[in-house]
Each structure stands twice: as structure tokens, then as C-alpha cells.
Design a protein around this ligand. Sequence first.
Ligand code: BMA
Length: 383
Amino acid sequence: MKNLLLIIPAFLMLLSCKGTSQTTALAPMPADKKATKETVALYQNLFRLKEKGYMFGHQDALAYGVEWKYEEGRSDVKDVTGDYPAVYGWDFGRIENKESKDLDGVPFDKMREWMKQVYDRGGINTVSWHVNNPLSGKDAWDNPPGTVASVLPGGSQHEKYKGWLDNAAEYLLTLKGSDGKPIPILYRPYHEFTGDWFWWCKNTTTPQQFRELWVFTVKYFQGKGVHNLIYVYNTSNENVATEANFMEYYPGDEWVDMVSFDVYQGGEGEKREKFLKETKNIVAIMDKVAREHNKLCAIAETGYEAVPDAKWWTGTLAEAIGNHKISYVLVWRNHGWNDWFKPAKMHYYGPYKGQVSEKDFIEFYNRKNTLFQSDVTKEKLYR
Ligand code: BMA
């Protein structure tokens, strides 16, 4: 009898310990301890979703496409497949100056409406920010040494930069769904930092400075009451060959929710081989890191400009991703004819009606492991 009395509580304790550890393993929490209910739900649901496949994303998907602009309900991906992408990319560039349009001409008022539509139908919004150089006043691509140092606490541009973050926070706080809830956003600050083209890139910034900038930004937004962000760490393919390269500037598990990288294909032949080799290598590294750190992972930007390869989607992109459990792959915007480049050229990464890779994209769409809007609507990711 005495023994039995001891055994029963011990058995119950064992059960509850098991329960606790299982809950922890199954339900990772986002970095923001005060993340909204919907943000936590999205984060946790994404761990479940990646077992089913990866979502397809498109930058500025609802704003414009090749040869059209601002047509309600339209998307090039939808024209081709009858379905919207699952992930919709937006950029905050120019919000720092409270301009009415982003750096690619998308009105912020319309962006807010589109984000709401996306959330209402259970899709996912992700945001990057080509924020101007606060030291020089030029654009994000102006990369003199010392810019990051200038925005950190004690730096000459710190107060100004806080004002820029205030403007972004103010806008973020206006993003609400029809249910009145803040719209969860996959936020990808200081992207492609392993390159050498933005003012936050590693050629002008130390790992310590980058971490400080990251942590400062996260805390600043939290301090402003912004609790709908899932923080996405993002490298370029440049200068990333090993796990050590990928993680060199990692701010730490408590500040990051998802790890990702960007990579573009630059042409045929050797260039295609390079894309395949690098993408396979970094996807494998990223997938391993994500598992070990209990994070999500994604290819946050990719594409082959003007998709001249009729089989690119199934023949190269899907092949590069392989069986890795990534949350999504997003292709860059369908601008169309673009004279920002000299010489001017066609600048688009998604398919559109009549485009040479259209048929292959439909095949890609039809695969069981590629997820679009109709797939994720069913998943109720915010609950
Ligand atoms: C680049 C190009 C530019 C654009 C920038 C930010 O890749 O698409 O035209 O301004 O991204 O979206």
C-alpha cells in the first residue's frame, strides 16, 4: 500500500513532464514575447504546414504585373493558374520619409488594403524595407563605411533613424484585418547583408554592429507596441558557402523566427549550374540550421529575370529546393519594361499569360507540395 502511494504520484509526475516537453517541442514561440494571438498561431501553424509543402510567393503580386497596373483582384499568377500566390511580398522603401508611394511606385494606402485582403483570405504578407541611407540621404544602395555605426545608439544619425522607425511603426499599427486584429507580417529587415550593395551589408558592417542594429530595431518596434512581426533573418547567396558564413551575423535565437536567403539565376549553361549548386548548398545549410535552432526557413527572394527557360519552374527551381522543408519560395516583382536599368529591359520574375514558361508553371502549381492561396486558406493559419 505504502509503495503504491509513492508510485502513483511519481507516475503522474512523469506523465505531466512528458506532456510539458512535448508541448514545448511542438509549439515554438516567436521572438516577440508579446506577439499577438494571430501572430503566434501563424508562427506555429507554419511549422505544421512545411511538412505538407512550400508556399509560393510573389513580390507586389496584387499591385501590378507585366503590362498592367492596379487592377482590382488581378495577379499575374492568378491569370495563369486561377489561384493567387500564398505569400505576398511588399516593400516599405520610402516610408521613412512618409512618402505616399514605395520605391517602386506602390501607394502605401493601397498596400494596406491589399495586405488586408490577403490576411482576410488566409494568405501571408511579408515585408522588406529598402530603407534609404540615413547618413548620406541617398538610397539603400549607397554603401559608404560607417552608416550602421551612425544609426546605432550614440551615432550621429540615431535620432533621425528612430524617427524613420517611428514612421514604419505608425504604418504597421494601422494594418488590421476585417476582424480588427493586427495583420501578422513576416518582416525581413536588413536583407541580403552578406552582399556588398546595401548600407547594412557586411563589407561596411561588423557582426557586432549588425546584431546591435537588429536587436535595437526589434526592441524599438516592440516599444512602439508593434507585436505582429515574425522576424526573418536573410542572407544573399554571395559569400555564403558554409554554415559558419550563413550564421556569422546571426543575432541569436531570441531575436529571430525564421532564417532565409536570396539567390537569382543569371543566365543559362554555367550560370544555371551555379544557381543550382549554390541554391542546393544553402538550402541544405539553412534547413539544418532551422532544425537545430527550432526555426522556420525560406527562400525569401529568387527568380530568373524574364524566365527565358520554358521549364524553369519544375526543371530548375523545384529541383534546387529538392525535399527540403522550407516554408516558402518567393519570386521578385513583375515590373515589365523597366528603364531604371541602363539599358532598359524586361524586368519580371513570375509567369504571366502567354509567357514562355506558363505551361511549366501550371505543372509546378499542380504539384502536391507547392502551396498557393487556395491551399493555405483551408489551413486557417491565423487560428
Ligand atoms: C530590384 C529591382 C528594382 C527595385 C528594387 C526594390 O531588384 O526590382 O527595380 O526598385 O528591387 O524593389
